[in-house]
Ligand binder design. Structure first.
Ligand SMILES: [Zn+2]
Ligand SMILES: [Zn+2]
Length: 168
């Protein structure tokens, strides 16, 4: 069966994510303008700087409020801050003119900082696969305010050869 465009570009984003060397999270993002692929990016340390596979993750620990079934609880969370996020790398490596009116496919729902930057980047549509619950409420609200189409591919299944890289 022929792949639809959503599957086609999300598959590419997942393939791109396998380039990431952070063992905690592999994220891929692609820029699409009128069915044309204009850029790819994944999360990683700046070029020429040791990455997570060489220097280990750079862990930042913070207490966060997490809401589960409407109940707020305090949870201590660890995150790797060594990498530039895929969405930010995508913005660093594409031109503003190419982004105007474009769509970004990204394997994971953008965090608040990436969402904020994407909202100011010329992109008019963001399609993601896996949820990122920490920031989802404020990200959805802001995308609504900006009028950016923000949608999740729920029934989507990534290519089998990329699944081994997924971190639960
Ligand atoms: Zn890392
Ligand atoms: Zn991010």
């Amino acid at each position: 069966m022929r792949k639809d465009w959503d599957t086609y570009f999300m598959d590419i984003a997942h393939m791109v994510s396998t380039r990431s060397r952070c063992p905690r999270r592999h994220v891929g993002a692609v820029l699409v303008q009128g069915k044309k692929l204009l850029g790819t990016a994944y999360n990683g340390a700046p070029m020429g700087v040791p990455d997570c596979s060489e220097a280990g993750c750079m862990i930042s620990e913070a207490v966060e409020i997490v809401r589960v079934d409407g109940v707020e609880t305090m949870v201590k969370k660890q995150r790797c801050i060594r990498t530039i996020h895929a969405e930010q790398n995508l913005l660093l490596f594409t031109d503003r003119a190419d982004r105007e009116g474009s769509t970004v496919y990204v394997t994971d729902e953008p965090c608040w900082t990436c969402a904020n930057m994407l909202a100011n980047s010329g992109v008019v549509e963001i399609v993601y696969h896996r949820s990122y619950l920490k920031d989802t409420d404020k990200v959805h609200e802001m995308m609504g305010q900006k009028g950016i189409i923000f949608r999740q591919l729920q029934a989507y299944e990534p290519p089998r050869e990329t699944v081994a890289y997924e971190i639960p």
